[in-house]
Design a protein around this ligand. Structure first.
Ligand SMILES: NC(=O)c1ccc[n+]([C@@H]2O[C@H](COP(=O)([O-])OP(=O)(O)OC[C@H]3O[C@@H](n4cnc5c(N)ncnc54)[C@H](OP(=O)(O)O)[C@@H]3O)[C@@H](O)[C@H]2O)c1
Length: 323
């Protein structure tokens, strides 16, 4: 594994981090999930990305992670970097969602219990909810640091204006924003254009989610929607309607470029996100150890020639591909 410093901080993160959004809920196979977590750790993936609502059902991914952490990995807590988040719908009633201080604090307390840890390494505001003043949300994150419930804080999916405000408030409180999380892939470059420079200028690391566009950038949908794939599952967030003819055709063309590079499409898609030097790490999601191994192979070729980048650009510049 290769590691990179996260913004202007003393924290290094692996180029590939593992996310538990899908495939780690109580509806999923525990043995497979445990194997993936242990394999990741063995391969140097020491950063695990969680959120209160990951499952399904919500909360169960944190519970599963807590079970493995306190079982097989119980002597390794200090070698592992754990993040969780609050802000999306989690429990009934008006306090179970959004970015209020009430939700952030209560949610962090619940997540610590589910993960069976004393503290998180980073706790995120999962989203700007459009209503709660950024000051209120950031003060809640600052409080969590002061209470020792998280070492660092992060923001996820904040629009540019609220992103800058969040950095300013956190900086003033001497709790700088360690990391900013945005969706980024060859099929979604909005954050690259709107948010990455702001993060970099403020010393925040950048971590990218859904780098394979939830599987669309692996070539797996070239012959329809395979059984067991994310788009085939009722609980999956990839909608069948998002598996469009244009995206599938673009993936086929991209796969030919990847093949010439001696890579799978998944590997090239991950390398493409990491080729942006502002990015600290990409969060992969996998449904098997074999997929994880394939994705780990990315590290064998992270370099792109100008010609390759141009060929890729010619395919992905079509706005119809964008989410
Ligand atoms: N901050 C936020 O709001 C937010 C939002 C979304 C995600 N995230 C984080 O980002 C993480 C990653 O997101 P993501 O799961 O959407 O990432 P992704 O890498 O774009 O998609 C992962 C899916 O792609 C397929 N896949 C992965 N590697 C493959 C390979 N080598 N060959 C074939 N198929 C492969 C698998 O789907 P199949 O199930 O079809 O096998 C896997 O579940 C999440 O777990 C979460 O931690 C954060």
């Amino acid at each position: 594994m290769e590691y990179k410093y996260c913004g202007k901080s003393g924290i290094q993160l692996p180029l590939l981090s593992l996310g538990l959004w899908h495939n780690f809920g109580s509806v999923d196979d525990f043995g497979n999930a445990r194997q993936m977590l242990l394999h990741a750790f063995d391969k140097g993936i020491c950063h695990f990305d969680l959120a209160n609502n990951y499952g399904p059902p919500p909360g169960s991914a944190e519970e599963l992670f807590g079970t493995v952490l306190n079982g097989d990995l119980r002597t390794h807590r200090d070698e592992i970097f754990i993040s969780s988040k609050a802000g999306h719908d989690m429990w009934d009633g008006v306090y179970g969602t959004g970015s209020s201080r009430k939700n952030i604090i209560a949610s962090c307390n619940q997540s610590l219990k589910r993960c069976k840890v004393d503290y998180f390494d980073v706790f995120y505001s999962h989203r700007y909810d459009g209503v709660t003043p950024v000051e209120e949300t950031m003060e809640a994150l600052i409080q969590l640091v002061r209470q020792g419930k998280t070492l660092y804080v992060g923001i996820s999916k904040y629009p540019p204006e609220q992103q800058q405000l969040a950095y300013d408030i956190l900086k003033e409180a001497h709790v700088p924003c360690l990391i900013s999380q945005y969706r980024c892939s060859m099929f979604d470059r909005k954050a690259q254009k709107a948010n990455f420079n702001i993060a970099q200028q403020n010393g925040s690391g950048i971590i990218c989610f859904s780098p394979l566009a939830q599987g669309l950038l692996t070539g797996k949908y070239s012959k329809g929607i395979p059984e067991g794939s994310r788009a085939a599952k009722d609980s999956g967030f990839l909608q069948k309607s998002q598996v469009t003819k244009e995206r599938v055709e673009a993936a086929v063309k991209l796969e030919a470029i990847a093949k010439d590079r001696g890579q799978s499409l998944a590997q090239m898609a991950l390398a493409w996100v990491l080729n942006d030097q502002r990015v600290t790490s990409v969060i992969i999601g996998t449904s098997s150890v074999a997929q994880m191994d394939n994705n780990l192979g990315t590290l064998q070729n992270l370099h792109f020639s100008d010609d390759e980048l141009q060929m890729i650009e010619n395919i992905i510049s079509d706005p119809i591909l964008s989410f």
